[in-house]
Ligand binder design. Sequence first.
Ligand code: ADP
Ligand code: ZN
Length: 793
Amino acid sequence: MPNLFGQPDAPLPDRPDRPVGPFAVVALENALDKTLDYGIPRRLLGRLKVGQRVKAPLGRSNRATFGVVVALTDSTEYPKIKDLLAIDDDRVLIAPNMMRLARWMSRYYCTPLGTVLETIIPAAVKRRTGAGVVHKVRLNRPREEIQTLLGKTKGKKRKAILGRLLLVEPGHDIELNHLAGEAGTTPATVRQLAKTGLITLHAETDFGAMRAAVYQSQGAADAVPEPELNPDQAAVMAELTPRMRGGAFSVNLLLGVTGSGKTEIYLRCLREVIALGRQAIVLVPEIALTPQTVRRFTQRFPRVAVLHSGLSSGDRHRYWQQIATGGADVVVGARSAVFAPLPNVGLIVVDEEHEASYKQDTAPRYQGRDVAVMRARIESAAVLLGSATPSLEMYAKVQRQPDDDKPWPYHLLSLPRRVRGLKMPAVELVDMKQEARFRRGVHLLGQRLERLLEQELAEGHQAILLLNRRGYSNFVHCSSCQSALQCKYCDTTVTYHRNATADVQTASFDVGKQTGQLHCHYCLAVTPLPPACPACGKKLSLFGLGTQRVEEELKRKFPNITYARVDSDTMRSAKDYEDLLGRFGRGELQVMLGTQMIAKGLDYPNVTLVGVVSGDTALSLPDFRASERTFQLITQVAGRAGRGDAPGRVVLQTFQPDDPTIQSALRQDFAGFATKELALRREVGLPPYARMARIILRDQDLQTLQEHSEKLAADVADAVAMENLRGPSSSRIVMKGPMPCAIGRIAGYHRYQLLLSSARGERLQRVLAAIRDKGDLKKAERVAVDVDPVSLL
Ligand code: ADP
Ligand code: ZN
């Protein structure tokens, strides 16, 4: 048949070698954005399973590359097929349900399937750290042949080895040491014999040693008695119990004020699910910061696996193996614990579901809470989300009424009061503008906070002071140039950090006398503080606040108290933090002063005073979630006060006393805040009323970046136009950009972004899929897609 150019097509070649199935569909780990088909060599047939990790040849040089078998098929559209090289691990590392979850993540977060699978399987599991090796032996010739040979062979030892092997059932192996022992010889002799080709030797991984229990539980379940539920908790359980027992998919948002007994509800739900023979996952925002919470799980149940960052690679593997084989009832961990290979998940608890740390900021840029919901849907499990300040996304979702009669699986439950009749702390607002007017000098701690601190500490109580910014001062300003020193590699101002050894007693704002460094909180570059402005040589001064500066003032004003500063500069490891909490719990410290690290989940009954040094730090960030974050942070830290018999007080210092968010935080009124904020979001079409996707481009050369951005933007605009033609205008996609990111340069890379939003997430998914198919997203180091972004900086 003539083709377009009038010439006949070359005849199709005969393909005697046309590949015959089955084939393995493999997602390689090298971020290639498609799966490849491979032939299955005979020696692997029957052993190869979906979910195994394999080695496959890639490219002209047939470089051995790791990947996961994602499907087996009988036909392939590719004429030329290479064979798999080897099965790397006999275990099915990705169970069928997890494969479905991985496929969803790959689509939804616009990430190659291989990259998603690589994330799901921990590195220690891939390396098989700590697993043993056993050598196995079998006959390599037909039994008759061996039998005949036995008659002729002289060597006694060889005879004994072959004779013993004949007793092994055909197709089975015997362990090398075992064989040598029974044949009255040594493994070395058996190895010698293998060289003749009569027998074969191969190595297998031995996971036997990995099954030893590594629970961190302290004892039997009855060691810690369950408290009797109060009426609010009982009402919540009356609704949840049938849902847990029913074993169907549901999402339950538990909105409970701080200290209302949410954790007790988690524990009761876990018990229900375990009784049914299913397992559960508990996600916590940061495992190192929540030792108290974690302990409550390990005290209540005997088979709890805690996945924390301090685990050795061997233990990590051991846990995984144990979890996968049904050896743990509960897995507690941060974000990535959502991938724990439990055989039958019945419940996933997400504590403090609003926390930004559930979002991963490298590919795959997934939101752990949302992945938990999807996993639960796939596995017909329940999700229990807890928070005193839920994310507006979830809050809006549970309040939505279903459009039709279809059952709506999202539910809102609430615990409006603290347990044991304890009162919510009283919050008072201090206007720092007024304070500055009547008081000489710079004061980070206002008079009211000072007085209450004095009073509460004198009564033997403890206090927590929050300032969500580390370092000493976040502006090093030259009054002559009228500018603040910037990071050399980023478009950000640098923060001044004092040396740890600096004598904090001598407060001086004269730069000339300061010793310390300038830190960039974005690229982490550290440079010495110059003695004068590098541009004009004039004097520099320090403005803005950080935890070090509060520490200095606290020490000056209260020279005789015991305190600790808690931020990522002073807390280098989980152990540091654990030690510190231990000291605080034993009353060896009167005050903890720090960043949001101390705002989470702490339950110390002797804390009666919480001071928010500045409620404003997050308010002015160029991010539509600035108000939400501010409200959350203030409410969470306020919740640390008054958890024992003595009532709690909170002092909220601000320069913006009339700001509506500050006002809502003052009244600790989540519903009021949410209603107002949601109305605003709806009006301007922001999440949760729109879904967002952000495409971030970067390059060291600004012009290259601009050109690349224009080109990509043109492709995206085409795809958006196509999509907008297809669907209703009420959910049309809006594209913004290309434009520089709020932080235009980080670590020497210029950054541009495109923002896409639509009322319907599927429409964004289709646009992203179109540009992904076009190959526009291939260069992961230059372009990143962030679906449902949490940070817009
Ligand atoms: P939340 O997680 O809502 O902040 P917690 O579950 O930590 O609250 O409960 C606060 C404190 O009250 C904990 O010390 C907990 O042991 C205790 N508690 C919880 N439920 C009860 C109850 N029904 N009776 C008595 N104490 C309880
Ligand atoms: Zn920098």
